[in-house]
Design a protein around this ligand. Structure first.
Ligand SMILES: Cc1cc2nc3c(=O)[nH]c(=O)nc-3n(C[C@H](O)[C@H](O)[C@H](O)COP(=O)(O)OP(=O)(O)OC[C@H]3O[C@@H](n4cnc5c(N)ncnc54)[C@H](O)[C@@H]3O)c2cc1C
Length: 263
């Protein structure tokens, strides 16, 4: 079984700053980490590797320093890690990101399963996984909180839904995106860290993966960020005073005044 895990490098903070001129994320001077959701994706791949002897490859698209994140994945158990990095990939929206990853995965070769995080903590769209599956013309399942069965060309997964869970069967090859409920990611061993530090991460350009530059980067992105801003809050909270019954009565009064409940 061959599993490919997509990992993204993200800023180690929730307070992402945007360049007001280019409307892109300011990555300079910000500590970077592996996208937290992707650590769960990698851990699930490692667990499948332990159960079924799977081979794991990791892939990322980003700036050259993303190699450090890929070395971490080697430290944990990936045997093949590669980085897509080229000026022609820069400024990609989610569709152009998915296209680039699909071209990189074509280069890696045949696979049974692709695992992505549920979303990236900076872009937050949760679009890349499903778009990547469409690019590769394979089925996908999102928000997976458990792989219950893996046998004979299919997976049975527990999928989180708006009102509970669903058990879903999907034929392989397929792509899944995983939630934090799926496992508890492990830390690398000392020997793993040494292996990761010593690993050479191949860097692929647009030409290396035969990508069509009309579909990569900023110029290949059908969506453009027109404006970014931090929303200002126009409502303020009010702490009700008194005993619990006084607070409940005051709350009822407010709700009745707003005609949310009748008196
Ligand atoms: C309209 C729009 C315009 C944008 N324009 C720009 C821009 O001009 N410049 C710019 O820098 N960014 C831009 N972005 C952000 C950029 O598109 C995203 O950073 C990128 O496409 C990933 O999307 P996401 O962060 O929402 O990931 P999600 O879809 O939330 O990520 C889900 C999963 O997909 C995988 N994944 C996502 N990205 C990668 C990656 N790079 N490598 C490997 N795996 C990955 C991971 O497994 C991740 O957990 C734009 C985004 C939008 C929505």
């Amino acid at each position: 079984m061959k599993i490919i895990v997509c990992v993204k490098q993200v800023p180690a903070t929730n307070e992402v700053r945007m360049d007001p001129v280019t409307n892109t994320i300011i990555r300079e001077g910000v500590e970077s980490i592996i996208n937290p959701f992707d650590t769960y994706a990698l851990e699930e791949a490692i667990r499948l590797q332990e159960r079924f002897g799977a081979e794991i490859a990791t892939i990322s698209m980003g700036i050259p320093s993303v190699s450090a994140v890929l070395r971490e994945t080697v430290a944990l158990g990936s045997s093949q890690a590669c980085l897509l990095s080229d000026r022609a990939f820069a400024g990609a929206d989610t569709l152009a990101t998915a296209y680039a990853l699909a071209k990189g995965i074509d280069k890696i070769g045949a696979f049974d399963l692709i695992i992505c995080g549920k979303m990236a903590t900076d872009g937050d769209t949760a679009q890349v996984g499903p778009m990547l599956a469409e690019e590769l013309d394979i089925p996908h399942l999102t928000d997976i909180s458990a792989i219950e069965e893996c046998a004979d060309g299919f997976l049975i997964c527990r999928k989180q839904t708006d009102d509970g869970y669903a058990r879903v069967k999907v034929a392989l090859p397929a792509l899944i995106t995983v939630t934090k409920e799926i496992n508890v990611p492990r830390l690398p061993s000392i020997s793993g860290l040494l292996r990761g530090n010593d690993s050479e991460i191949p860097v692929y350009s647009v030409a290396d993966v035969n990508a069509d530059t009309s579909q990569t980067g900023l110029s290949g992105s059908p969506t453009q960020v027109v404006k970014t801003f931090v929303p200002t809050s126009t409502v303020s909270g009010e702490m009700l005073q008194g005993s619990n019954s006084e607070k409940a009565a005051a709350l009822l009064q407010r709700l009745a005044a707003e005609k949310i409940v009748s008196e």
